[in-house]
Design a binder for this molecule. Structure first.
Ligand SMILES: [Mg+2]
Length: 263
């Protein structure tokens, strides 16, 4: 059994104790990243599959949290729905740029359109000149994956900066695991969690957020500020107060959360 390891002040050098229980509050609002948290990261974003055990776990967690469960991902919501079909859960996609609340209403962050057409041309050219790259146009953001061509990391970094110059004001880069995302500024996983927490059935509950990557740090910061439970998956510096060692550990821990939930 893997217990979350508490990190005082989020400093990995001060790992202090192994928690005796999941530390899940009675009335929790659960926010879960997908890739690297619930699912192992695949070579391509389309290479993942939600197995029956995970589907059932998420469905039971959603019930145990009184509906206060949201998936918080860099994927577009359409992709999240495809993965978890036929479930349509509250979700934030594209790092908070799109959100579906518990009532099913969609919220979209406006897209600064200035240099978008030219940027799309540049991205297409980048893809065709470097077959090892995988470029995703997610509608409100772009992702350049170099997992199949790690040697292109520096080139991708430079290309992302050039794209920012083309796109103009209001765009940012977001580095992740073997990926650089290019997205409008102003929304992130933390803002998405804060928005959910202002709405039923999340409002009044204690937020719990589990994630594995740099973009999840925005979520950890919000959850820490709200007095919630922040859980980093895997190694690396993090503001999260708890730690799980990988996807299998996350799933075991979540099973314990369901088991510990009041009827
Ligand atoms: Mg992740």
């Amino acid at each position: 059994m893997t217990d979350p390891v508490e990190r005082e002040g989020g400093r990995p050098d001060q790992a202090s104790c192994v928690g005796p229980d999941p530390k899940v509050p009675q009335r929790w609002a659960l926010f879960l990243d997908i890739d690297g948290t619930l699912l192992h990261i695949a070579e391509t974003p389309h290479g993942v599959h939600v197995d029956a055990d995970l589907f059932d776990l998420v469905r039971r967690l959603h019930g145990a949290a009184g509906g206060a469960l949201a998936l918080i991902s860099g994927r577009a919501i359409a992709e999240i729905d495809r993965l978890f079909a036929p479930l349509t859960l509250p979700a934030a996609g594209q790092h908070g740029l799109e959100r579906r609340d518990a009532a099913g209403a969609r919220h979209l962050h406006p897209l600064p359109r200035g240099g978008l057409d030219l940027a799309r041309e540049r991205i297409a050219a980048l893809q065709s000149a470097n077959r090892g790259l995988l470029v995703e146009d997610k509608g409100l953001s772009f992702a350049i994956h170099f997992r199949r061509a790690p040697a292109l990391a520096a080139l991708v970094g430079r290309a992302a900066e050039e794209l920012l110059a083309v796109l103009g004001e209001g765009w940012r880069t977001q580095p992740g695991k073997m990926v650089v995302e290019i997205k409008p500024a102003g929304r992130d996983k933390g803002s998405a969690i804060a928005e959910f927490m202002a709405e039923p059935p999340f409002r009044g509950r204690t937020p719990v957020f589990v994630g594995d990557d740099a973009t999840d740090e925005f979520g950890f910061a919000v959850v820490n500020r709200l007095g919630g439970v922040s859980v980093k998956v895997g190694d690396g510096e993090s503001a999260a107060r708890w730690r799980l060692d990988g996807v299998a550990g996350v799933r075991r821990w979540l099973e314990r959360c369901v088991a510990a939930a009041p009827p």
